[in-house]
Ligand binder design. Structure first.
Ligand code: UTP
Length: 291
């Protein structure tokens, strides 16, 4: 029986080059979908999945994230004086207590695997969740909670997967599958960003993971992989055969908000889910479609 998953790592140290110039002075993870930054969706998902400790791996220019999860006394005072309880609730809603969030710095963005390794001292010897905020997931049950449920049953590593078009395998870590019941796939190999012709499947890992702490031992070797970066996929691949390893086709819809089209679509989908916005947005869309 594995220990409960109590901690989550949020790697937010990337450069966000695909969103320049927006991300020149603002972290990519602070880009809003409708009216909430990407990183807040990820933190809320983790909290809903039972996570108690939140570890951010940040870098230069990411201070806005720390401020976002802090109390803003001046803003609260001003809004209180103006009787704006509606928006006060919105800025207090996250509800994390002092000490539940910690920050560590990556210093040099050497890749996702390196970012995760930077959190090793905060995690210690227990399983840990990793959430990439630029993968935004709309689902009934939190995606991370779905992974944790599988982890409780199987132990070992569990990653969220999605079937991607064959021509997109070179954007993801891709599973080589042992057995597959249509929901869960047992993993026998992993390849980071394979060319479509060499991809072992079309099941791609998206930004939600439950990982056993042994991953840190592999990351500590600092081996570089695709793109000259220290890849999380390569460290995970070394764990196959030693521990159970499953990919879960989660229930829900993922939006790749690291990409302009995915980000735009997420704004549309999340806005259309909101009762107070749906009709107006639909009206605006219709105007453009009818042109
Ligand atoms: P991406 O591959 O999307 O890279 O990283 P990026 O730098 O954020 O964005 P682009 O591609 O230049 O536009 C996936 C996740 O890994 C984190 C990013 O913050 C993002 O959440 N990451 C990546 C790090 O924390 N450190 C790194 O060195 C690389």
């Amino acid at each position: 029986m594995s220990s409960p998953v109590r901690k989550a790592i949020f790697p937010v140290g990337g450069l966000g080059t695909r969103f320049l110039p927006a991300t020149k002075a603002m972290p990519k993870e602070m880009l809003p979908v409708v009216d909430k930054p990407l990183i807040q969706y990820a933190v809320e998902e983790a909290a809903a999945a039972g996570i108690e400790e939140f570890v951010f791996v940040t870098g230069r220019g990411k201070a806005a994230i720390e401020d976002h999860f802090d109390v803003s006394y001046e803003l609260e005072k001003t809004l209180g004086e103006r009787g704006r309880d509606d928006v006060l609730d919105a800025i207090r809603a996250i509800g994390l207590e002092p000490g539940q969030i910690s920050y560590t710095r990556q210093m040099d963005p050497m890749g996702l695997g390196h970012a995760v390794w930077c959190a090793r001292k905060h995690v210690g010897n227990e399983p840990v969740a990793v959430l990439l905020a630029d993968d935004l997931i709309m689902s009934k049950a939190p995606c991370l909670g779905q992974l944790i449920d599988v982890h409780k049953e199987t132990g070992g590593n569990v990653v969220a997967v999605e079937e991607v078009p064959a021509e997109h395998t070179d954007r993801y870590g891709v599973l080589d599958i042992d057995s597959d019941d249509g929901t869960r796939a047992s993993v026998r190999g992993l390849v980071e960003k394979p060319d479509p012709a060499e991809a072992p499947s079309r099941l791609a890992i998206i930004g939600r993971y439950v990982l056993m702490p042994e991953v840190f031992e592999h990351l500590a070797k600092f081996e570089t992989g695709a793109g000259g970066e220290i890849q999380l996929t390569d460290a995970m691949a070394k764990m196959i055969g030693h521990i159970p390893f499953h990919g879960l086709r989660f229930e829900g819809r993922r939006f790749d908000c690291g990409d302009k089209i995915g980000f735009f679509e997420a704004n549309l989908a999340f806005a259309l889910e909101r009762d107070e916005l749906r009709d107006d947005i639909a009206g605006v869309l219709k105007q453009y479609v009818d042109r």
